[in-house]
Design a protein around this ligand. Structure first.
Ligand SMILES: [Cu+2]
Length: 292
């Protein structure tokens, strides 16, 4: 059945509770941490000299689409009425947003150790022990806006700057691609310094704490952030129906540094064996209630 993903700001109290309860149930079964592990295992960067399927690569969007879908299916086995909500960070952009309230994802980390102390994922509730990518402690950490090196959430203008790119991706198909929707949206820095992270990456930096690195899935807001990433990709495709939905069309030539390091549409994405082509259109799987 085709299910619908909603804007998190429109969820009822009961819907929020069902979502967080299903997330907690997966955590209890150990399944949640398998998703954390998977994201860590596929965190391959430009410098690693290996195939990149999830980040710094054209398949950033389809890989995360499949990843969210698998997670959503796991949630639905717990509660068939649950879907992954999306967080439009161009609208709900302060620590006071209802997203961060006690009855949903809980709020910012405390100053001393960035430990989240409110909501269902607070350590004192006893249901959310970090077991993968453990750094300072086994508790969830956030540090909104990183006061010591301040960063804002991406603005509407910044998102529009990525959305107006009519080409899906560009050579050299990594974090240095000078134009193309994928890299402008994924948002790698073009210079050193925090002011130069964009859109998707900038959100990870704003939430900070666990959201900063490969273990970002430890923070359940990861899913709401990436659902909006997925929605923006869907909007981009509607906006440019004549554009190639995925690039590169051909594998970079033998001798090209990117040969064997990026995937084309007919390739399958590990670990699922799902062809990228199958993830380019989500409308037979789920829809978005696309209102701000
Ligand atoms: Cu991300």
């Amino acid at each position: 059945m085709i299910h619908t993903r909603q804007n998190q700001s429109t969820l009822t109290k009961a819907q929020k509770r069902r979502f967080t309860n299903a997330v907690l149930a997966l955590k209890k079964k150990g399944q949640y941490d398998e998703f954390v592990r998977m994201h860590i295992d596929f965190y391959v960067g430009d410098g690693d000299g290996a195939l990149r399927v999830a980040h710094m690569t054209p398949s950033f969007f389809p890989w995360h689409r499949k990843f969210l879908l698998e997670f959503e299916r796991a949630l639905q086995k717990v509660d068939s009425g649950v879907t992954v909500p999306y967080w439009d960070w161009t609208v709900d952009r302060t620590p006071a947003a209802s997203l961060w309230s006690e009855d949903f994802l809980g709020g910012n980390g405390r100053r001393s150790d960035h430990q989240v102390t409110t909501g269902p994922f607070a350590r004192r509730q006893g249901h959310w022990t970090i077991t993968e990518a453990v750094t300072d402690g086994d508790f969830l950490m956030r540090d909104f806006g990183r006061p010591q090196a301040p960063v804002d959430l991406p603005s509407k203008d910044e998102l529009a700057w990525a959305m107006k790119e009519p080409t899906y991706d560009a050579e050299p198909w990594n974090s240095l691609a000078p134009h193309g929707f994928r890299n402008r949206f994924e948002g790698w820095p073009t210079r050193r310094g925090d002011g130069t992270w964009f859109n998707h990456n900038r959100v990870h930096r704003w939430v900070s704490g666990h959201m900063l690195g490969a273990g970002s899935v430890n923070d359940p807001v990861f899913w709401l952030h990436h659902a909006f990433v997925d929605l923006c990709w869907s909007r981009w495709r509607q906006r440019y129906p004549k554009a190639a939905p995925y690039l590169p069309v051909q594998k970079p030539a033998l001798g090209d540094a990117q040969h064997d390091r990026v995937l084309v549409a007919g390739d399958t994405m590990p670990p699922w064996n799902t062809p990228i082509r199958d993830m380019l259109d989500h409308t037979s799987l789920y829809r978005y209630e696309d209102r701000p």
